[in-house]
Design a protein around this ligand. Sequence first.
Ligand code: FES
Length: 168
Amino acid sequence: MSDRSELIAVGKPFSFDAERDAEFERLITRYPIRESMIMPALWLVQEQDGWICAEAISYIAERIGTYPAKVFELATFYTMYHLKPVGRHHICVCRTLSCYLRDKQEIVDYLAEEIGIRPGQVSEDGKFSLEEVECLGHCGTAPVVQLDGEFHEAMDAKKLKALLATLD
Ligand code: FES
């Protein structure tokens, strides 16, 4: 299993744009404990930049008034947060037991051979990125792929190829 904490990348100085800044100020009034705002704030970062860099972790900690380590531990625990740049279309393939037994590897191999990406990589044209993740909660219809946040069950390489062909 990869250690996600090794994956976080240095980016550039980060701050919210005006829209996210206003949303941050609106949302934080909902939380009596300011640290409860860490996860929504990480979403705002990802919405703005597409991924969460080390500088954004420090920025969120400062805005909330907590330690960067607390933001870091949440950002690295949940695979829904991207810790390095991703493609325009992000593909998550479940690698946990049911999907493993139902040949998730065929899908991973297809992506390596046809698109040229392995887990943790972005295609040369920036169109696709691939990540292997833990159980996506649809084990009864394994193998499961999450494409741009949407679940696709009982997948195989042929179905994925058809799905990817519909994307710009
Ligand atoms: S094991 Fe793949 S969705 Fe649960």
